[in-house]
Ligand binder design. Structure first.
Ligand code: ACO
Length: 428
């Protein structure tokens, strides 16, 4: 028997079907609610609203579980690579050796930008934030591939590879442009993450040293960001995709949504917060008091999550990696000490405990990126590179769903009732 839920609206009993997910979570299917009752639901911020069914990522925020396609994030972090995980997230299964090598070849084939795109970079002022450049350039990529707009174009895997590969080239070029440095082209001999660091930090005629431990640490950061179900940016990608916009336009919208400090922009905001605390000579105590008494409308950036009401499993992995990277580099970082102190106080403080606020993925990732030498305003770009497989997989799910409709929420109107137009000279 299919489960259902009985509710009473306006004294009228209604029976609504329920959908049960593969991990047992139950969703009440309200798609016939308005037709049956004349009412809609209201859920600002969508904390109680499932916008889709999806087979990509499973999160249990109470237990701190995150799985891509059924594989636990900790196991993938230990055994996989970003590119293998990207394949898994997009296509649903771990690749065979053959599939992985074909996928890698496709990424290499697509890593160069159309030469015409180089000129777009010239149009940005030196003050442009790399996220603005990234979003604009991803969208501009579709202008070089008009066949993307053709619905009969079936080469999804080709476009997916192009996007994953080129987002990294665009990101590195935008950094070079912002710092007045010549663009460094990707090498066919380097793997994904090493190639990115090469494009960022090499100079013409002088390749940078690619320290394996740093390449591995950045690869891990990308992997940990590969997908995270229906967050603000992924929901945005699905929203845009639902209108049948092309893959590049949808991903470009995702970049814009990610940019905000309450979402992907938090990794930059965390470092700015730690630097400010450090410059104030505070060990974190004064800052936390300000957060708790809400006097300065401050938040402890990198803490809290809409879904995790327990430790974000990615934060635990990143914190360990952070210690390892600094140890391998024989570096200390006073900001790491402040971060640890903040965490130590916060996880024992009633303000944070009662609101179930724990460190999220952004709390420690910035310290690793800083150690690698990635500048602060590129942190959120790193998140975008990592999240690309998830956006692509979600785009694919929308396109392959024969029941998919354009996403079009309703609203409860609270403005004025009908009134007559007052001519300009008769207005007070
Ligand atoms: N510091 C201090 N207080 C916080 C924090 C924080 N980081 N986060 C939430 N709170 C408090 C709120 O003030 C509120 O308190 P109240 O009940 O006294 O009013 C309560 O906790 C609930 O907060 P909401 O804003 O309703 O929680 P929501 O689920 O909407 O927000 C969010 C989640 C945006 C992540 C929030 O925790 C936040 O702003 N965190 C800091 C920014 C951040 O780290 N973002 C990255 C998230 S992970 C990601 O996107 C990759």
């Amino acid at each position: 028997m299919n489960p259902s839920v009985k509710i009473i609206i306006n004294d009228q009993p209604l029976e609504l079907p329920a959908i049960v997910g593969s991990e047992g979570e139950v969703g009440i299917d309200i798609s016939s609610l308005r037709d049956q009752s004349g009412s809609i639901t209201l859920d600002p911020g969508y904390g109680n609203t499932g916008a889709c069914t999806s087979a990509i990522t499973f999160i249990d925020g109470e237990k701190g579980i995150l799985r891509y396609r059924g594989y636990d994030i900790a196991e993938l972090a230990q055994k996989s690579t970003f590119i293998e995980t990207a394949y898994l997230v997009i296509y649903g299964e771990l690749p065979t050796p053959n599939q992985l090598s074909e996928f890698s070849d496709l990424l290499t084939e697509n890593q160069m930008l159309h030469e015409g795109m180089r000129f777009h970079f010239e149009g940005f002022p030196p003050t442009a934030h790399p996220m603005a450049i990234l979003s604009a350039m991803i969208n501009a990529t579709s202008a070089y591939h008009p066949n993307l707009i053709n619905k009969r174009e079936q080469r999804f895997s080709y476009h997916a590879a192009r996007l994953i590969s080129q987002v990294r080239t665009i990101a590195a070029f935008s950094y070079r442009k912002a710092h007045g440095l010549p663009a460094i082209y990707p090498k066919t001999t380097l793997k994904y993450t090493a190639n990115f660091l090469h494009m960022m930090f090499s100079h013409p005629g002088e390749d940078c040293e690619l320290k394996p431990e740093l390449v591995k640490a950045l690869d891990l950061i990308f992997l940990l960001h590969a997908d995270h179900e229906q967050n603000c940016s992924t929901a945005t990608v699905r929203m845009v995709a639902s209108s049948r916009a092309n893959l590049f336009a949808s991903a470009s919208a995702g970049v814009c949504a990610l940019w905000g400090p309450l979402h992907g922009g938090a990794n930059q905001a965390v470092l700015e917060m730690l630097e400010e605390i450090h410059q104030d000579g505070d060990d974190g105590t004064k800052f936390l008091n300000e957060v708790k008494n809400k006097s300065g409308h401050r938040r402890l950036m990198g803490f809290g999550h809409r879904v995790y009401k327990n430790f974000d499993p990615r934060a635990i992995i990143i914190k360990n990696q952070c210690d390892k990277v600094l140890e391998q580099l024989h570096k200390t970082d006073p900001l790491l000490d402040i971060a640890k102190k903040l965490e130590e106080i916060a996880i024992h403080d009633d303000y944070f405990i009662s609101r179930k606020l724990y460190p999220n993925v952004d709390f420690y990732s910035g310290i690793i990126m800083r150690a690698i030498g990635i500048p602060l305003d590129m942190f959120t770009v790193m998140f975008a590179i990592g999240r690309m497989p998830g956006w692509i997989a979600n785009y694919k799910e929308v396109m392959e769903d024969s029941n998919s409709r354009i996403a079009r929420p309703r609203q409860i109107y609270t403005g004025p009732n009908i009134r007559s137009y007052t001519p300009l000279d008769a207005r007070p």
